[in-house]
Design a binder for this molecule. Structure first.
Ligand SMILES: *Cc1c(COP(=O)(O)O)cnc(C)c1O
Length: 221
């Protein structure tokens, strides 16, 4: 088996039942994705629209493409036909746009709302308060071509384990509030945890981890 295949199998063996692995393949060549595919991996995460679209045409059709990066409004149209889950809805405007583009081509798109809890100022997403407000506004159920499945978030980029754990806890709480406030039955996904912190994320309630470096090695930008 390939090195990439072995790493995927090792990670999968370490995940509790019910936790989905998204292999974050951004910046890696299609050959690397193909190796992962050949050992059974189907969910791949990409952070740039053009790259996702190019890779989608190079890989088999049963790949599930996850969009995990900041989504610019002028890129929405290009990814809607390919994305099986958009993790990074970070504004009401983007939510409405994804809904209208999905309606235009007659499909329903699964999305996650990105929650911003980390200390870094440049990160995108709704603060927990903004998410509460969106949930209370009644907008979500009025959008017929998106299915909100849950939340995605990242912990602060620090070494402090206590801080990281608290960030994940805050993201999971935002998910609970969203579920309580909206009563939406399709809410079932908490996407949190990357190569260096996914075990902590799972401890705090994650059921979808996004792992790149541990599978594919360092990225060359
Ligand atoms: C790049 C990226 C990941 C993967 O990070 P690794 O440290 O390589 O595992 C996960 N989530 C998001 C949103 C990313 O942009």
């Amino acid at each position: 088996m390939s090195t990439i295949g072995k790493r995927i199998n090792d990670i999968k063996a370490s995940l509790p039942k019910g936790v989905t692995l998204v292999a974050v393949s951004k910046f890696h060549p299609v050959e690397a994705l193909q190796e992962a595919y050949d050992c059974g991996q189907r969910a791949f995460g990409e952070s740039r629209a053009n790259e996702l679209v190019a890779k989608a045409s190079a890989l088999p059709h049963d790949v599930e493409w996850h969009f995990i990066g900041h989504l610019q409004t002028n890129k929405v149209r290009s990814i809607i036909p390919h994305a099986s889950l958009i993790h990074s809805i970070d504004s009401e405007k983007l939510l409405r746009l994804v809904d209208s583009e999905a309606r235009r081509i007659g499909r329903t798109v699964d999305v996650l709302l990105q929650v911003h809890v980390a200390r870094e100022e440049t990160k995108f997403g709704f603060t927990p308060q903004e998410l509460d407000d969106l949930a209370a506004s009644g907008i979500i159920p009025s959008l017929g071509n998106i299915r909100v499945r849950g939340v995605m978030g990242m912990a602060s980029n620090v070494d402090d384990e206590t801080r990281i754990r608290q960030d994940f806890r805050d993201i999971a709480r935002a998910f609970d509030n969203l579920r309580k406030t909206t009563g939406i039955e399709t809410l079932d996904t908490i996407s949190m945890g990357m190569s260096h912190d996914y075990m902590t994320a799972i401890d705090e309630g994650s059921n979808m981890v996004r792992i790149g470096t541990t599978i594919f090695g360092e990225r060359e930008y």
